[in-house]
Design a protein around this ligand. Structure first.
Ligand SMILES: *Cc1c(COP(=O)(O)O)cnc(C)c1O
Length: 367
């Protein structure tokens, strides 16, 4: 049998477009992830025939065999990125090849077939172009892109899928800041583990998120909005909810430092995380580190007033300040500095200016 990864990828040049005859009204952006656009991209793969031509078609339900192994064994990966409309009316993607590459990595870990990442990006660009009227004329709202890759293997055997479907849907995404300008609260507990060495925490696999919900609701019982995921005996700080995490502080050696945990397999390699690291390293104003951080280090830094800011990062919110951490029965208050001197608002402004084309950057890809 042919090694499926040696088969040629689908190509954007083969794209077939079937337009919807019944475009939907575009409601005001209200909620994340509930209002979808008129079209979707689907690309089928099988081990015998390889990749089929990509298809842009009217948005609609999928038809799946009830035994398909994405439903039974969670053989599924996804991505998340946004398209922004600038004041110049131009639509831009933010570092989308990082998402394409991350999806290819996740797919490999899930035993899903390989594809050419730039061909997928070109298909996504065409999909966004098709539904461009859905990209809000707004500085705060955007259109969210959800590439998804599932096994459609129609059998209960736990095995490498012989059939798969890669599809992309688009939905409205309002700004997180509209109703969540306030700092969030986190429940830090070693009771649940999000990811572990040798696991799949560095992949965007559906199973990682479904199994985090239970802890998320327990956090709510402690009056918190998200879980601060800890790892190991020394309670290493790893991620917050589905965000990477950053600590801006005066470290143990008295140096001003922006720190985030290293990519050791337990951390999702966020595009926002990487961008914050690259931006702040370029500023050259303080030490920028990928290093381990433990709860005891955070607690003593708080006691000694060495913490400047603590925040999460991700495409959904971009940057999300953290105000409180509940840990071992204590409610730890995280200081947030004066609004205008905050590192978070400075980073958020620099990245938003790039996304909306106010600052020219090689990080954006035009649609
Ligand atoms: C998607 C995700 C992030 C953020 O990644 P971005 O590429 O910045 O959106 C962080 N942590 C987890 C667990 C995630 O799933």
């Amino acid at each position: 049998m042919a090694d499926d990864n040696s088969m040629p990828s689908f190509r954007a040049a083969d794209l077939v477009i079937e337009l919807s005859s019944a475009p939907k009204p575009k409601p005001d952006v209200v909620d994340f992830g509930s209002v979808f656009t008129d079209h979707m991209l689907t690309i089928e793969w099988s081990v015998t025939e390889g990749w089929q031509a990509p298809l842009i078609r009217p948005f609609g339900n999928l038809s799946l065999h009830p035994a398909c192994s994405s439903l039974h064994y969670g053989i599924q990966v996804f991505e998340g990125l946004k398209v922004y409309r600038g004041d110049d009316n131009q639509m831009r993607l933010f570092r989308p090849m990082l998402n394409m590459d991350r999806m290819a990595n996740s797919a490999k870990r899930a035993c899903l077939p390989a594809f050419d990442q730039s061909e997928l990006l070109e298909c996504i660009r065409k999909l966004v172009e098709t539904d461009q009227d859905w990209v809000p004329h707004s500085d705060t709202d955007s259109l969210y892109i959800r590439p998804t890759f599932i096994s459609t293997e129609p059998s209960l055997g736990v095995k490498k899928p012989a059939r798969a479907l890669l599809y992309v849907i688009l939905c409205q995404a309002g700004s997180y800041f509209k109703n969540q300008a306030k700092a969030i609260s986190l429940w830090a507990s070693p009771k649940y583990t999000r990811a572990w060495k040798g696991g799949t925490g560095d992949c965007k696999m559906g199973g990682n998120y479904g199994c985090s919900l239970f802890a998320q609701y327990e956090a709510a019982d402690y009056g918190c909005q998200q879980v601060l995921w800890l790892y190991g005996e020394d309670h290493q700080i790893t991620e917050a909810g589905t965000m990477n995490i950053f600590l801006h502080w005066i470290n143990e050696d008295g140096e001003e430092e922006l720190a985030t945990p290293p990519l050791d397999g337990t951390i999702l390699p966020g595009v926002t995380r990487q961008s914050i690291l690259e931006l702040t390293r370029k500023w050259g104003e303080f030490k920028v580190s990928e290093r381990y951080l433990t709860m005891s280090q955070l607690c003593s830094a708080l006691k000694q007033q060495r913490v400047k800011e603590f925040f999460g990062s991700g495409t959904a919110c971009m940057i999300c300040p953290i105000g409180h951490v509940v840990y071992e029965g204590e409610n730890l208050h995280i200081p947030c500095q004066d609004k205008h001197s905050q590192l978070t608002s400075r980073i958020a402004k620099e990245i938003t200016d790039i996304q909306h084309g106010r600052t020219p950057s090689e990080w954006t890809v035009l649609v």
